[in-house]
Design a protein. Structure first.
Ligand code: WTA
Length: 632
């Protein structure tokens, strides 16, 4: 912690946006607009919401019974109407919504008109399978137009989607399908990565074996290669379903507070939380933040490199950009295949204006050298976004110089699955500071406090909290309201505790230092220490395991596991390989520890809780801190 703190806080530089960009900014007066959003939230949010379509307007902007919020109370809308029909009816039928590209340079474009038709057909298909409002549908799909259409088809008919990142393996998928009790699963035959086809259907088949509430699985058979027997009565062919369904589907009229989706994210226990987002507030805030942070104009070409399996994909590949009628690039594949300039090749090819990625990717691409991006014409870029983990000043400056060529602005957006939308960042019209996320966005009232909730003076490290409800906040954790309430009880004062450590500088810029709880951030992915530990103990030789995060130059954090073996087993290289394999099977490749060390004992509190903090300090050669609760 100490190291990080000094590195970040040393940076004093301020970067002012170039005049050409500033001139074009939709928001010129951040301070004034922010002030209004806090002092007069009803008027502020009504004005934003009025830019969108509602079947019926709200009676009240906010009803707040801590910790339960209702936004746009009584309002009726459908998010897909705002994302699709609204544009089609406003002369944008033939505007491109997505340009899909893969690793091999294959391209597929879809217009707003075509996307609306695809979504409607699939929505009708879902209806024909008995899916209706409030039913859950799990989506286990590659980062493609078909995946986006699947999400929107659910939203069209009021079904709640639960997207599971296609890099997760059977165990993680099963847990999520089971928790949501999904009636239908939508999947694809395979996804593409590094030139290889990675099958998805077999994983789904294994995952649902014991889940008899799953009535149907819709399979996108991308190459028409599955045999008839593969289908049986349980499996439905995606393309056939679409062809046989009508292209007209009236949107379900949704209450502002009707659920839109569940997205599972890691918490401090072994079981992920099903973060629930609802319709109205989420729609309004993803619309507003996409528009203002990325300065979306009629001709903007926007590219967010996330995967639809994460919240960044939900808010900033799907709902935010579509609500703004933008043209987005999406890619299926990795940033370094077939060559480490592939992203820059596509930025040049499609004249991308806004590029949004994660620090881990920036650090990885940095390693290949400045000459790689230098080969491409990146002059179209105006805004460079960062998300998912703290961006170190070195990576920030590299991004700014080598990708933005000092002509684009960097926006470092802090937010979470739970917040639904950006919370802290500088807007493109506003000066930014490398390594500091920046200022609160509209309606967001952050503070840095101690454990008792007392606000701390500038440049002191404390807990990041949000003091007021905001429209796109999570409404609950699926089936576990007590876990939801915990966010608001963790720190006294009726505030939302983000679980991050932060500090505010003398100009009010907020710097995020990392998680304060037992959650890892590996290559920008959120993974609970406890999740990895419970995966490890699934190996028959393991008695107990503790997992820590170690600073890693590229991934931010890497995973190290300490393992106690059961009686009769002795440490071996083979066991290390097997343990890693077990984690891969249970959770997926992203959660596999880089290091496994066998130990006889783990540091525990007297009540038997593993003190990961002590393990970490020992591993990194730091002071052990307060160990008064240590058992011995
Ligand atoms: C971290 C991703 C520093 C943070 C949108 C947060 C960040 C967690 C930033 C949420 C940022 C996200 N600077 N840290 N700009 N953005 N984080 O739910 O620790 O996958 O709590 O949402 O990522 O991860 P999640």
């Amino acid at each position: 912690m100490e190291n990080l703190e000094t590195v970040h806080l040393q940076v004093k530089d301020i970067y002012y946006p170039p005049e050409e960009i500033k001139k074009e900014c939709i928001v010129q007066n951040y301070e004034e607009m922010y002030k209004k959003s806090i002092e007069n939230p009803d008027e502020f949010w009504s004005e934003v919401a009025n830019e969108l379509f509602w079947y019926q307007k709200w009676d009240k902007v906010l009803e707040w019974n801590i910790p339960y919020a209702k936004w746009f109370v009584g309002g009726k809308t459908n998010i897909t109407y705002n994302c699709l029909d609204r544009h089609v009816l406003n002369g944008k039928r033939n505007k491109v919504a997505y340009i899909y590209v893969d690793e091999d340079g294959n391209e597929k474009k879809i217009t707003y008109g075509e996307l609306l038709e695809l979504v409607n057909r699939l929505a009708n298909g879902l209806k024909s399978l008995g899916v209706g409002k409030g039913d859950r549908v799990s989506i286990y799909m590659p980062n493609t137009i078909e995946a986006i259409a699947s999400m929107l088809a659910c939203a069209r008919i009021g079904a709640i989607h639960s997207v599971v990142f296609a890099g997760f393996s059977e165990g993680a998928l099963k847990l999520r399908i089971n928790d949501a009790k999904a009636k239908v699963v939508i999947t694809a035959a395979y996804t593409k990565r590094r030139g290889k086809k990675i099958p998805l259907l077999p994983t789904v088949k294994d995952a649902i074996k014991e889940l008899d509430f799953v009535k149907k699985v819709i399979v996108w058979d991308r190459d028409n290669e599955l045999s008839e027997e593969e289908y049986g009565s349980h499996y439905i062919n995606f393309q056939k379903l679409i062809k046989s369904s009508s292209p007209v589907c009236e949107p379900e009229i949704m209450d502002a507070e009707d659920p839109l989706f569940i997205l599972y994210t890691s918490g401090t226990t072994g079981k992920p939380k099903g973060v629930l987002h609802t319709t109205g507030g989420y729609m309004v805030n993803t619309y507003l933040t996409t528009k203002t942070v990325f300065n979306i104009k009629e001709d903007t070409i926007y590219w967010c490199t996330a995967d639809i399996g994460w919240i960044t994909g939900h808010s900033y590949i799907v709902y935010g950009p579509l609500a703004n009628g933008a043209t987005s690039v999406i890619m299926e594949g990795v940033p370094v295949y077939p060559h480490p300039g592939i992203w820059w090749e596509y930025v040049e090819k499609y004249r991308v204006n806004v590029f949004y990625t994660a620090p881990t990717a920036i650090r990885m691409l940095m390693r290949f050298g400045d000459e790689i991006p230098a080969k491409y014409d990146l002059s179209s870029l105006k805004i460079l976004g960062s998300v998912g983990e703290p961006i170190n000043p070195e990576a920030w400056i590299w991004y700014y110089k080598n990708i933005g060529r000092e002509k684009a602005v960097v926006v470092d957006t802090w937010w979470q699955t739970e917040t639904g939308a950006h919370m802290i960042t500088t807007l493109p019209c506003y000066p930014s500071k490398p390594g500091k996320a920046g200022k609160p966005l509209f309606g967001v009232v952050p503070a840095v406090v101690d454990k008792e909730g007392n606000e701390l003076p500038p440049n002191t490290v404390g807990h990041l909290v949000i003091k007021k409800p905001w429209p796109s906040m999570l409404r609950t954790c699926w089936g576990e309201p007590e876990r939801y309430e915990k966010y608001w009880k963790e720190i006294p004062g009726g505030v939302y505790s983000a679980g991050d450590l932060a500090s505010v500088d003398e100009d009010g810029y907020i710097i995020i230092l990392g998680r304060a709880d037992d959650v890892l951030s590996v290559a920008g992915h959120r993974i609970g220490n406890a999740e990895v530990e419970s995966a490890i103990v699934e190996h028959p030789a393991v008695a107990e395991a503790a997992v820590i995060g170690k600073p890693n130059e590229i991934k931010g954090e890497s995973i190290k596991a300490f393992v106690i073996l059961k009686e009769g087993y002795s440490p071996s290289q083979e066991l290390i390989i097997e343990i890693k394999e077990t984690v891969k099977e249970v959770l997926g490749a992203i959660a596999v520890p880089d290091e496994v060390e066998f130990v006889d004992k783990l540091p525990k509190t007297r009540s038997g809780k593993i003190m990961r903090r002590v393990l970490r300090a020992k591993e990194l050669g730091q002071e052990l801190g307060d160990i008064s609760t240590l058992e011995d």
